[in-house]
Design a protein around this ligand. Structure first.
Ligand code: SF4
Length: 471
């Protein structure tokens, strides 16, 4: 038996946390796609510039980051108590709280709730948690059609594609490609559709309007849940979320247990940090908050599914648990030199970029995502950009240590450590290393992995010690 709160990792065979191939192989394919690199470079440069400008307007940005970080640390230290408080408040306000230990349980809960309504179609607000657990596939298997209503998610869904960015899931597509997808997949689309962005947005709006007005069940995620009041919050830019959260009779929210904050006033910090770091806006165009059920106003049936799926395992790691502080702003993706070149699909998980490289391996267990902690140059740009100051480089190094290592590498590292610990041996090794200049630019097997993507540096003719002695 597995209970929520037990430190077990996310189950295999369900959801989207594991890729089909290791990062280096997937990245090599992505790097060969020059159109993808062009799209990514254009998009990340634009978002970076916008975000940098609005962040520079705030003289207390660093203090806000400190406050966000401290609030998240406090939240993680009190997580069980806060979750129980949230359950009590949501229940008192007329909602029903469900606890899901993993993706399988969460999918079963949501599918059965939708079935109980008798509906065969649900509208969805963009949600990383439901992508993580593969909810769309579970609903489709049960004969229920999920309709994504966020424009970028809709493009991904119609294109039978996978999201590649936390905030802009279709960042790998340019407008010509989007036009083609709409012409091919969108029912009733105008055959004279152009690739002008307002024209594409209008086509999506027409398609979604009928769905919004007729759907009786919606599924959402949540950006924040306030333990003190039992309030849920979703922030978004298009207004599709507001429609999903208010029009249907039934609302089902799937939320990772780390999304909780202790008090209402804590939102003051996060609602300043999130839009500036994320979309480069001063505030979110739409911030929707709801509190249980209000008779005669909005959904009359509200369910909150609290999802673990490996989060307790992350929480049990003293260094890695910082990854649970993430508010999914995507700033770390937009500054990452690795992400900018490979895009999100290479990471194999719904969580790409630097945060994905530390969150996915912890949710699945490092063995299942052993190459991701290496998907970084450790330049530290993600740490500088993170609005809640998650020290991603330190977690990457920590996870590299936990990842399985070949025996030859372990032996080489032990030998290197011993040599560096013994000055005379080290000196002799330095002299011996001079012979490496005859080895060329590559190391022989079984050490050739290191020089597969780098040249072996040519050793100097004179070591520092020799130079020093000579003076
Ligand atoms: S790790 Fe930090 S920068 Fe990256 S998505 Fe999360 S909050 Fe944003």
């Amino acid at each position: 038996m597995t209970f929520l709160g037990m430190p077990v990792t996310a189950p295999r065979g369900v959801g989207h946390l594991r890729g089909d191939e290791p990062f280096p192989a997937a990245a090599r394919k992505a790097l060969a796609d020059s159109q993808l690199r062009l799209n990514l470079q254009h998009a990340t440069t634009t978002i970076r510039g916008k975000s940098g400008r609005v962040i520079a307007e705030l003289p207390d940005w660093q203090e806000l980051r400190d406050a966000g970080s401290a609030l998240k640390t406090e939240t993680m230290a009190r997580l069980p108590e806060l979750l129980e408080q949230l359950e009590e408040r949501v229940t008192a306000a007329g909602g029903v709280v469900h606890w899901a230990a993993d993706a399988v349980e969460a999918n079963e809960i949501v599918t059965s709730l939708v079935k109980q309504t008798g509906e065969q179609r649900v509208i969805k607000v963009k949600s990383m948690a439901t992508q993580e657990i593969g909810l769309n596939e579970a609903l489709e298997a049960a004969g229920i059609q999920p309709v994504e209503t966020d424009l970028a998610e809709l493009i991904v869904q119609l294109g039978n594609d996978k999201p590649s960015h936390i905030l802009v899931p279709a960042i790998h597509r340019n407008r010509a490609e989007i036009r083609e997808i709409f012409l091919r997949e969108m029912p009733g689309v105008d055959p004279a559709l152009t690739d002008d962005p307002p024209v594409l947005a209008a086509a999506a709006r027409r398609y979604l309007r009928e769905t919004f007005l007729s759907a009786r069940v919606a599924v959402s995620g949540a950006n924040f849940a306030i333990a003190e009041t039992g309030t849920l919050a979703v922030v978004e830019s298009e207004g599709n979320g507001r429609m999903c959260l208010t029009l249907p009779d039934t609302l089902i929210t799937v939320m990772g247990i780390e999304k909780i904050v202790p008090q209402w006033s804590d939102l003051e910090v996060f609602l300043q940090l999130l839009p500036r770091a994320s979309t480069g806006e001063r505030m979110n165009p739409y911030t929707s908050m709801w509190h249980g059920v209000t008779p005669g106003d909005g959904p009359q049936d509200f369910h909150l599914v609290l999802l673990d799926n490996g989060r307790s395992a992350v929480l049990s790691d003293e260094i890695g648990r910082q990854a649970l502080h993430c508010i999914r702003c995507s700033a770390c993706l937009n500054v990452c030199p690795v992400y900018e070149r490979t895009g999100g699909h290479a990471y194999g998980s719904v969580y790409p970029g630097p945060i994905g490289a530390v969150l996915s391996p912890q949710l699945t267990g490092v063995d299942d995502n052993a190459s991701l902690p290496y998907a970084s140059s450790l330049c530290g740009a993600c740490f500088d950009a993170c609005p809640v100051k998650i020290d991603i480089p330190s977690i990457l190094v920590h996870l590299r240590d936990e990842a399985p290592h070949p025996r030859t590498e372990k032996a080489a590292m032990r030998a290197a450590a011993y040599t560096m610990d013994h000055p005379r041996l080290y000196e002799r090794a330095q002299h011996a290393a001079k012979l490496a200049k005859y080895a060329g630019k590559r190391l022989p097997p079984p050490l050739n992995g290191w020089t597969a993507s780098r040249d072996l540096p040519t050793p100097p003719d004179e070591t520092f010690r020799d130079w020093w002695r000579g003076r």
